[in-house]
Write a protein that binds this ligand. Structure first.
Ligand code: NDP
Ligand SMILES: O=C1O[C@H](COP(=O)(O)O)[C@@H](O)[C@H](O)[C@H]1O
Length: 491
């Protein structure tokens, strides 16, 4: 058992009856419990339910969980419930009493993790109420885990940051970006920095372009009211997509320590070229899905027909962008990113396309010479593939493309939320975003929003079940490139 596994903790989970808690957090906590972490959980939400009703919710959320054992009863006994409208200051006194009680019953040393899995408008008021009620005057450590989105633009993110900094120090704040908990996102640094064959050519001399795709087949689902005033730019680009760009592009840190790694990511984010109103049209595409047929044959509604979406909503459900990182290593190399809902497949991949050989002796020889590609498969399969050219078997000089593959898919690792909560218990904030990363990401995203508004950029429609609007293809087409097909997709 590592040191971290011994950290006794009371986890106060705000939003305990919500979608994220049920789908992701309870399975993650169950796995952490099985790894001998010592914690109890107080779930907080408005609905008036008993401890036992709450435990039933948790059991239900684990019903389809494949690694379930017969210790679920013991697991759920560590869960308690407190009904509270988080805006109402008075109710926090009762929460503190329950917290003190649970703490002494389980011997949790007054270590407290406050996890805000709530709508973002509650992040600041809850934090201030925690302080006012004395919940943060504990003798053990305190940590604030805060879900995304962290603000709606740089200004509001700044205000939120100031509010939480009145109560928590930066090293007590864990801003979640769950992509940073994914196995292959964490692997990017190892693939790059532990393999001189890659790192020595990881620059504009050898790399033609980078393509990062995160496509989803699901539509807006039950999160319509959140999504319709958020859109793909804030929901995915500001955080997950820019974090993957930063990890792919960063310099090797001087040491693999939290702040050194974050410093390098910050340098990349600072070097991302701001989008001006004049070049927005050629660089950033926004799209919205219409009715269409998914590959499984299901006909699905268009975005504007979804429940709780405005009939004339202009919210983008798709973004494709061409970014440049203005530094020595990446000058002139486009980073293409795209993300969207209701696309053909669910997949996240990072493709590094290498430049063609300067002179190809096989050219014009009816050969199928392809660019070398290094593909990092983030999900659903986790792995790596390297596309090369080789001699066609038994031919005189013909070539054929071959692929070398590594796949994690037979291994059962931790899930992103499990890793991140474990890191937080252990006090390791490497895979959480530091304030300056968040601020720089907003600065970039704000420049896009501003330019979109000023230029009145149209919303390009794409059929559900497609890979996005035609304009997203044209983005690469005019550079003589194309999106590489995603190879590992959810079946
Ligand atoms: N769901 C997802 O896939 C993802 C979610 N997130 C983030 O996680 C957070 C939670 O999202 P999600 O679970 O989807 O949201 P939900 O709307 O499903 O859940 C919201 C939760 O907050 C509670 N709640 C709402 N209002 C109050 C209030 N005034 N006082 C106390 N509790 C309240 C609700 O319970 P009740 O109604 O009983 O009060 C419920 O438990 C958000 O920040 C979201 O952006 C991030 C990534 C993915
Ligand atoms: O943060 C979010 O991520 C999910 C996609 O996450 P993934 O792990 O399934 O790729 C996205 O559906 C959601 O809209 C967004 O808020």
């Amino acid at each position: 058992m590592s040191e971290g596994n011994k950290q006794a903790t009371t986890l106060i989970l705000f939003g305990a009856t919500g979608d994220l808690a049920k789908r992701k957090l309870y399975p993650a906590l169950y796995r952490l419990y099985k790894k001998q972490n010592h914690f109890a959980v107080i779930g907080v939400a408005r609905r008036d339910i008993s401890h036992d009703d709450f435990r039933a919710i948790i059991q239900e959320s684990l019903e389809n969980y494949t690694h379930r054992d017969d210790d679920i009863q013991d697991f759920v006994q560590k869960f308690f419930y407190y009904a509270l409208d988080v805006k109402e200051t008075e109710g926090y006194t009762g929460l503190k009493s329950l917290c003190d009680h649970v703490d002494s019953e389980f011997g949790l040393k007054e270590n407290r993790m406050f996890y805000l899995s709530l709508a973002p408008e509650f992040f600041a008021p809850v934090t201030l109420n925690l302080q006012a009620s004395g919940l943060t005057d504990n003798s053990g450590w305190k940590k604030l885990v805060i879900e995304k989105p962290f603000g709606r633009d740089l200004k509001s993110a700044n205000e939120l940051n100031e509010a939480i900094h009145n109560v928590f120090k930066e090293d007590e704040i864990y801003r979640i970006d769950h992509y940073l908990g994914k196995e292959m996102v964490q692997n990017i640094q190892v693939i790059r920095f532990a393999n001189p064959i890659f790192e020595s050519i990881w620059n504009n001399r050898y790399i033609s372009n980078v393509q990062i795709t995160s496509s989803e087949t699901l539509g807006v689902g039950e999160r319509a009211s959140y999504y319709d005033h958020t859109g793909a730019l804030m929901d995915m680009v500001q955080n997950h997509m820019l974090q993957m760009v930063a990890l792919t592009a960063m310099e090797p840190p001087s040491r693999f320590e939290t702040e050194d790694i974050r410093d390098e990511k910050v340098k990349v984010l600072r070097s991302v070229r701001q989008i001006t109103t004049d070049d927005i049209a050629g660089h950033i595409i926004k799209g919205q899905y219409t009715r269409g047929t998914m590959p499984n044959g299901n006909v699905v509604k268009g975005y504007r027909e979804e429940d709780n979406i405005k009939e004339k909503s202009m919210t983008e459900t798709f973004v494709a962008a061409k970014l440049f990182i203005d530094n020595f290593r990446w000058a002139g190399v486009p980073f293409y990113i795209r993300t969207g809902k209701r696309m053909t497949v669910k997949s996240t991949e990072i493709v590094i396309q290498f430049k063609d050989a300067p002179q190809n002796p096989y050219f014009n020889n009816f050969n199928d010479i392809q660019p070398n590609l290094l593909v990092i498969h983030v999900q659903p399969d986790e792995g790596l593939s390297l596309k090369l050219n080789a001699k066609k078997f038994s031919s005189s000089g013909d070539t054929m493309p071959i692929t070398m593959e590594f796949s994690n898919s037979d291994l059962t690792g931790a899930d992103a939320y499990e890793r991140l909560i474990q890191d937080c218990l252990n006090g390791d904030s490497t895979n959480f975003t530091r304030w300056d990363e968040v601020a720089l990401s907003w600065e970039f995203v704000d420049s896009i929003t501003k330019a979109w508004n000023e230029k009145n950029i149209p919303l390009d429609r794409y059929e559900s079940g497609s890979m996005g609007p035609a304009s997203a293809y044209e983005l690469l087409d005019k550079d003589g490139l194309h999106w590489w097909p995603l190879t590992k997709v959810e079946k």
